[in-house]
Each structure stands twice: as C-alpha cells, then as structure tokens.
Ligand binder design. Sequence first.
Ligand code: ADE
Length: 281
Amino acid sequence: DLPTTFDQPVHIAVIGGTGLAQLEGYEPIALVNPLTPWGYPASPIAILSHNGVNIAFLARHGLHHQFAPHEVPNRANIAALRHLGVRCVIAFSAVGSLQEEIKPMDFVVPDQVIDRTKGIRPFTFFEGGVVGHVGFADPFDKKLADIVKTCAAHMKGDGVVLHDKGTIICMEGPQFSTRAESHMYRSWGGSVINMSALPEAKLAREAELSYQMICMATDYDCWHSYEDVNVEMVIKYMQANSQNAKRLVGGVLDQLSKIDHSDLVQAKHWEGYSTGSVKFM
Ligand code: ADE
C-alpha cells in the first residue's frame, strides 16, 4: 500500500547482497520501481526514512534472489538509483577469504579491485555514440570507507572484526574458483573474492556516484583446505553474521544521515563528457 512514486531527493543508497535482502527497523515510506532505458532494477527500491533523511534500499539479486551474479541488471540498478537523486552508495557483498587472517564473519572494506569478470556482463553506460573514459585507479570512495571504518571500530567490543583495506577479486562465476585459480589470486595479492563488485562499481563511477563496498567473509574459498566452498557454507555464515551486518549498516546510515554529506553528494565531473549526455531515465 506504499506510494510507488517519490519526488523528494534521496542521496544515500544501500545495495544489499546475499543475506541482506532487506533492511529491517527502518520505516519504508515508498516503494518505487522505475523503468530505466536498461530495464527495471533487480528489485523495487524501498525508500526508508531515517532521522528524517531518505535512504534508498535495493536488493541486488532481487527480492527472491532470482538474479545470479552474471544476470544482475547492474545498469538498471545504478541508473534507477541515480534517477532518484542518489549520490553515495554503500554496497554489501558476501565474499570468500583469500587470506588466513580474514576469517569467516570478518568484514573487509576493500580499496582495490581486480576484474576477473569475462566481459559478458553489460559493463558501461558509454556506448552507442556516448564516448567517455572515467578514471578508476581508486575504485572505491575513501570518505565513505572512513565512515564505515569508524562505525566498525565502535563495534569492536561486540566482536566485530573489520579489515580496513584489501583487494577484492571479482570473478565471473557462477561456479566457484578452481584451486589453481584461488592460489593465483593469492599470489596477485587478493584479499577476498566475490562475483558482484563489478561492473557495479564501474557503473557507479560512470554515473558519478561515490561507492564503497563492505564485504563479509563467508568462507576461505578453496585454497585454504580441502573443505571446499559451497553455497550452504556461504549462507550459514551470512545468517550467523547478518545481525552484525545490519548493525554496521545502521551505524553507517546514522553517520551518513547526520553529517553534512554535501561533499559526498557532490557529483564528480569527468573530463571529456558530461553525465548530461547519458540519459539515466
Ligand atoms: N562469494 C562468497 N564466497 C565466495 C567465493 N569463495 N568465491 C566467489 N564468490 C564468493
């Protein structure tokens, strides 16, 4: 019965991953499902009110987890958020750990990414006459990362462990890695691995959104032992950790809604193109 249109600005968004398909404890004030030039987003976007600030929540894999990582409509997701006025995105993801010290249930705020998707996912807004090349040397947003780190530090007493940097490998999937690949990613300096960081982070950059991923380790991938990663393991740890994940996102949203986030909200203007040339809606 919620309104399906919303015309106030929404600057902050959370993209939920596996195990975080909704954000409880926030009052939904609208549920919008905008049709973008790239189709509908993976799920209707819930607009939540928090300390009088509007927050958009989008379930990356759909409300019923119906989109496999290679099927997620990333362009529609990002375009729909942009259309709502979103300027900063906190994105959650379950990840495998590639390092002994990153234990299942630990959180990681990555600062780098290595693209191991296979180029089969639509990965850019810039095509069909719109030519643009955005910088991606630092794929994540340092200011958002700092907020996440501060919030996690406050939860340390409750056993929340957060690694404040790391390289995420984004693989194509949907199959997990071979042992040889897993060892190779470790030799590359990979910290964690998932199937969802890209092209989401690239599209967010093209759409001039500040973007930071928060990773939750659910397994040690297959390099670690002969107990190979499987979906049951991922879901078991996700569920065990979902309370902490929800508390962490709650803390981050408290901060984001309190601070003057006008500098986060500020669009980055890329040389050589203006977002005006991409019609997000
Ligand atoms: N997501 C969660 N665990 C993963 C793993 N080991 N590899 C790829 N994606 C994952």
